[in-house]
Design a protein around this ligand. Structure first.
Ligand SMILES: [Zn+2]
Length: 271
């Protein structure tokens, strides 16, 4: 029997955003996403947030109202935005942990997502992130695809986005909405200040306007995707897949013989 997972409420597509550096232009970007019912992940450098001399950075006391109250995610981006792979091992671990510690102190949340500063890393950085409790980390390597998904736990730490927002995102809408082969993910990254520099805010405004209110699209943060997919992967099944147990603490949705089933936390489904 064919049994697979689908996104919440049986949706087959997910749209997510990832923006770095916590620039003051995040205010305008977060407002656009919020007004269109979308969610983004904002990767912040606590060392910049807490530095009054860093004038282009948003301030620590804005995190709650700007991001969290609107359902956006705050994630790490290195305490001081270093090239992590250039640091000695202890300094690398300290930078990542310090970013987590300060962002968690400011937000009161558990923060385990990250984007690589400068998009650069090596195996030593990947291993250090795992030690520091980071569960996913975004690269800057575009897949130019909406069908690829991290295949294993390890791959979450080298999570490649679909494209930068200058990657012709309007043209990607139709293929994303019409592709019928498996679950689709459109993952856009960038820096909000680039819209100011290039004077092209209309790109993201038009994109969000065209993509909003789509019943087949799940609008999610990076962490929500990670947690949901992991919950689906951790479902326990009988050998014939007709009995499925959900040991996680969130509802999951599966597709079995063209019918969507919801499995509550701790519940067992018999098909
Ligand atoms: Zn950055």
């Amino acid at each position: 029997m064919r049994v697979g997972y689908v996104f919440p409420e049986g949706r087959t597509r997910v749209l997510t955003f990832s923006y770095d550096d916590g620039n003051v232009a995040d205010r305008r970007l977060a407002d656009i996403l919020t007004s269109c019912g979308m969610k983004g992940t904002f990767n912040l450098n606590a060392g910049w947030l807490l530095d009054d001399n860093h004038k282009t950075c948003i301030k620590a006391d804005e995190l709650q109202s700007l991001y969290l109250d609107k359902g956006h995610e705050v994630a790490c981006h290195g305490f001081s935005h270093p090239r992590e792979e250039m640091l000695l091992h202890g300094a690398m671990l300290n930078d990542v942990l310090q970013d987590r510690l300060e962002l968690e102190k400011i937000t009161g949340q558990i923060i385990k997502g990250m984007a690589y500063p400068f998009g650069s890393y090596n195996q030593d950085v990947i291993d250090t992130l795992a030690t520091a409790g980071i569960v996913y980390c975004r690269t800057v390597a575009s897949t130019n695809s909406t069908s690829l998904f991290p295949a294993s736990g390890k791959d979450w730490l080298t999570w490649n986005p679909t494209c930068h927002h200058n990657g012709d995102i309007i043209r990607r809408i139709d293929p994303f909405l019409t592709n019928r082969y498996g679950l689709q993910m459109l993952y856009i990254w960038g820096h909000s200040y680039e819209f100011d520099r290039m004077d092209n805010w209309e790109v993201i405004e038009e994109f969000c306007d065209k993509m909003k209110n789509r019943k087949e699209v799940w609008y999610a943060t990076n962490m929500e995707i990670y947690q949901y997919v992991e919950a689906c992967r951790n479902l326990e099944t009988s050998a014939d897949c007709r009995t499925i147990y959900n040991p996680s603490c969130q509802n999951v949705f599966i597709l079995a013989e063209d019918k969507v089933h919801e499995i509550q936390p701790g519940a067992t489904l018999h098909i």
